[in-house]
Design a protein around this ligand. Structure first.
Ligand SMILES: *Cc1c(COP(=O)(O)O)cnc(C)c1O
Length: 455
């Protein structure tokens, strides 16, 4: 295994903003009630000013504050590895590199944005941040980051994960976060759901509704989102910016970049600095592959339209590929990939043909995660294993074609809290969930009708 390390001095000093380089302008977010484009004023009750400015910024490069770089230094720059043992096991002429984000305290890429969000909140006098979490990675990352800057954190955790993943709860509480199972009785959105289905397993969309409602109801409280929005994607570009320099050290440039997609933030973070080269004509010919679960196939089976990010329809309408804000995906182990929509920038790039999407079943991604652990040593999260699966497919295709190919994939987080899922796989008890078209159609039937204002 070869390892490529940057010094602390080589850590990026700016984030890369893809907005000015998009092949066409992004459709603006719309107000959830009026369906009019929203501006900074509309978001002010929800997000810190600095974050709102970044959400709409036309600047290509945005300075990373010194305080944020200081916190990043705990684990950044993160290593880039060449997986030569895996290459050998696959008997492929391809080179496989991976960018390893599991070195952060929370074990994933998520602190890359949790830290600046907590920093800007503290600077603007925000006392508390609310958020949602599915499997717990984002809630952990924000609890950790809030602790660094003295901001309290309240996490609404999807009920199913709250019950199944007690250690993720413990982790959040260890960092000082308070955690509630969602749907909860703390919000009107939660109470409405519980009144109808007292045993609701929850969903990311429901938990977002609760976190947004809580933030809107308190003056000293704002909301933090862990994926999809432009500012989150922006913060994650440290991943790709570092990877680019590390590949330069290796004397390489990827022919294909593969990442997993939940809401699209680690994918965007890894790929956008390379996509910049394609979009500005500096270097063409690189392919970009987005790997998602077959059980939550947003890019491969969703619809490109306006939809809410949350079940109750409190958040701004985003123009994205979506399975419908009421879609509840089957309970796969890759909890971080169970969001019904994706980052609007990623959806646009996919629609314009810059990004190709593939959907994988959980049995095939666990097969690769186990092979990887036995060749390269690292046990990766089920989410990241989707990216690995895509990378392995590329390596085998290169072998089939007898051609050289340089592959880069994103190792977004470790699987140390997912041992129950690995147990199930190793015991042959892991199920692949079919997703009937009727279930998708039913959720899509409830899409908001934009253009026919309801207000
Ligand atoms: C949350 C998470 C993801 C998915 O989120 P994105 O916003 O799509 O990056 C992927 N991998 C890991 C390890 C995660 O924790």
């Amino acid at each position: 295994m070869k390892k490529f390390l940057l010094s602390e001095q080589e850590m990026p000093t700016q984030w890369y903003n893809i907005l000015p380089d998009l092949p066409k302008p992004l459709q603006p977010p719309l107000h959830p009630a009026t369906h009019e484009p929203i501006g900074a004023e509309d978001l002010r009750p929800l997000l810190p000013d600095a974050i709102i400015a970044q959400e709409f910024s036309p600047e290509r490069w945005i300075d990373i504050p010194d305080e944020v770089r200081d916190a990043y230094r705990m684990w950044r720059p993160s290593p880039l590895y060449r997986a030569d043992r895996l290459e050998k096991a696959l008997d492929t002429p391809a080179k496989i590199y991976f960018k390893y984000e599991a070195v952060s305290p929370a074990g994933s890429h998520k602190p890359n944005t949790a830290v600046p969000q907590a920093f800007y909140s503290a600077r603007e006098g925000v006392r508390r941040l609310t958020t949602e979490t599915g499997a717990g990675q984002w809630g952990s990352a924000l609890s950790f980051a809030g602790g660094l800057f003295g901001v309290d954190v309240t996490v609404y955790m999807v009920r199913a994960s709250y019950d199944q993943k007690p250690h993720r709860r413990s982790l959040m509480r260890t960092w000082g976060g308070e955690v509630f199972a969602s749907p909860s009785t703390r919000t009107a959105a939660g109470r409405a759901i519980l009144a109808e289905s007292p045993d609701s397993p929850g969903s990311l969309g429901m938990a977002i509704s609760e976190a947004v409602e809580d933030a809107l109801a308190h003056d000293d409280t704002k909301y933090a989102l862990g994926s999809a929005l432009n500012h989150v994607v922006l913060h994650q570009t440290v991943i790709g910016l570092e990877a680019k320099r590390q590949l330069e050290m290796a004397g390489d440039y990827p022919d294909v970049v593969v990442g997993c997609v939940g809401g699209g933030s680690n994918y965007a973070g890894l790929t956008y600095p390379f996509l910049a080269d394609a979009l500005t004509g500096v270097r063409t010919g690189t392919r970009f592959v987005a790997a998602e679960p077959a059980a939550c196939p947003t890019l491969t089976r969703g619809k490109l339209t306006y939809d809410y990010p949350d079940t109750a329809g409190l958040g701004p309408l985003l123009h994205m590929r979506t399975l419908g804000h009421g879609f509840i995906p089957p309970p796969i182990h890759a909890g971080g990939l169970r969001f019904h929509g994706d980052a609007p920038t990623l959806c646009l790039l996919h629609d314009e043909g810059y990004v190709e999407a593939r959907a994988y079943r959980q049995s095939e991604v666990f097969t690769e995660a186990v092979r990887f652990a036995r060749t390269e040593g690292f046990v990766m999260a089920p989410e990241s294993s989707h990216a690995l699966r895509g990378a392995v497919e590329e390596a085998l295709a290169a072998k089939e074609a007898g051609e050289a190919r340089t592959i880069l994939f994103g190792f977004s987080g470790h699987g140390n809290f997912d041992m129950g899922a690995f147990d199930a796989f190793l015991a042959g008890r892991l199920e692949d969930h079919e997703l009937p078209q009727e279930q998708i159609d039913a959720a899509l039937a409830a899409l908001p009708r934009v253009g026919a204002p309801t207000a």
